[in-house]
Design a protein around this ligand. Structure first.
Ligand SMILES: [Cu+2]
Length: 273
C-alpha cells in the first residue's frame, strides 16, 4: 500500500482549488494464475491507479465550474506515464519539488510523469460530462496485453482465435458467456478461463461514483484509466448527497438512448487562468 505525504503551505496557493485529488500510479508483474506479483520481474503487465486497474478505479467526481487539482505520483518501478485528460486543458502547476510560479505554468492536456516524480495539474471543470483520464502509453491502457481485464469487451462469437487453449485468447465477450447460477462462465471451459461473477459486475457498476454514467462505460476504461466526471450542481448533489438511483446515460453527451446531451456540453475547451 502506498499513501502520499503532502505538506500543505502555510499560506494557501491561489487561485484556491475546490477539489484536490491524488492519483498514485504503480505497475506490477502478475503472471497467469499467479496470486501475488513477481517483484523480481523486469517486465510489467498490470497497471494501477490508487491500487486499482480500470474499470475498478473510482471516478473523480467534480461539480461544474470548480477549480480542480490532480496530483499525479508515479510510484512505478520502470515506466513513465503520460497522463492525458479528455475534455479539458490543464496547467502544470507543481512538481515533487513544490509549486511552480504562475508565470511558468504550462497549458497542456497531457503530462509526462516520470518514475518517482509527481506532477500537479489544475483545470477549471467547465465542460460537463464524463471524461476519461488515462496514461497514453498504449500498453498501459490495457492489462496483460489484452484489451480488457475480464471477459467483457470482446464480442466476437465463434472466432477460431479464441479456440487456442491458454491465455489470454480464451477471454471471450459477454456474448459467449452462459450463466450458471449466479456465475457467468466462459463457454471455453478452459481451466484458465476468466470467470466473471455477478459480484464482479456489481463491484464495477454499483459504486455511487459510477451512477448515471453511459451504459457499458466500463468497456472502454481499463488499465491505467480513470474518469473525471464534471456534473451540473443538481446532478452532483443528487449523486453525492443522496441515495437516489440515477439512471445510466444521465451525464454523457453521446448516449445510445437518445436522451440528448447535457446543456453546455462540448468536445474540447481551452481557457486562460
Ligand atoms: Cu503509463
Amino acid at each position: 500500500m502506498v499513501v502520499p505525504f503532502i505538506i500543505h503551505p502555510k499560506v494557501v496557493h491561489t487561485p484556491v482549488v475546490d477539489r484536490d485529488f491524488v492519483l498514485v500510479a504503480q505497475q506490477f508483474s502478475i503472471l497467469p494464475n499467479a496470486t501475488i506479483p513477481n517483484s523480481n520481474a523486469m517486465d510489467w503487465n498490470f497497471l494501477t491507479l490508487n491500487g486499482r486497474s480500470g474499470p475498478y478505479t473510482t471516478p473523480l467526481v467534480c461539480k461544474l465550474g470548480e477549480r480542480v487539482r490532480i496530483r499525479f505520483i508515479n510510484f512505478s518501478t520502470l515506466h513513465q506515464h503520460p497522463m492525458h485528460l479528455h475534455g479539458h486543458t490543464f496547467w502544470i502547476t507543481g512538481t515533487e519539488g513544490g509549486r511552480i510560479p504562475d508565470s511558468a505554468w504550462i497549458p497542456s492536456n497531457n503530462v509526462v510523469v516520470g518514475v518517482a516524480q509527481s506532477r500537479d495539474v489544475e483545470f477549471i471543470a467547465n465542460n460537463p460530462g464524463d471524461w476519461v483520464l488515462h496514461c497514453h502509453m498504449f500498453h498501459h491502457m490495457m492489462n496483460h496485453m489484452t484489451s480488457q481485464v475480464g471477459p467483457i469487451i470482446r464480442q466476437v462469437k465463434n472466432d477460431p482465435g479464441f479456440q487456442v487453449p491458454g491465455y489470454p485468447q480464451i477471454m471471450k465477450g459477454m456474448s459467449s458467456m452462459k450463466m450458471e447460477g449466479m456465475k457467468a462462465v466462459s463457454e471455453g471451459d478452459n481451466e484458465y478461463a476468466m470467470k466473471m461473477t455477478m459480484k464482479d459486475m456489481q463491484k464495477i457498476t454499483s459504486r455511487r461514483e459510477t451512477q448515471g454514467m453511459r451504459d457499458g462505460w466500463y468497456k472502454g476504461v481499463k488499465g491505467l484509466f480513470s474518469v473525471v466526471r464534471v456534473l451540473p450542481p443538481e446532478l452532483y448533489d443528487k449523486l453525492m448527497n443522496t441515495d437516489e438511483p440515477i439512471p445510466p446515460n444521465s451525464s454523457t453527451p453521446w448516449n445510445p438512448h437518445g436522451r440528448g446531451a447535457m446543456p453546455g456540453m462540448r468536445m474540447s475547451q481551452a481557457v486562460t487562468p
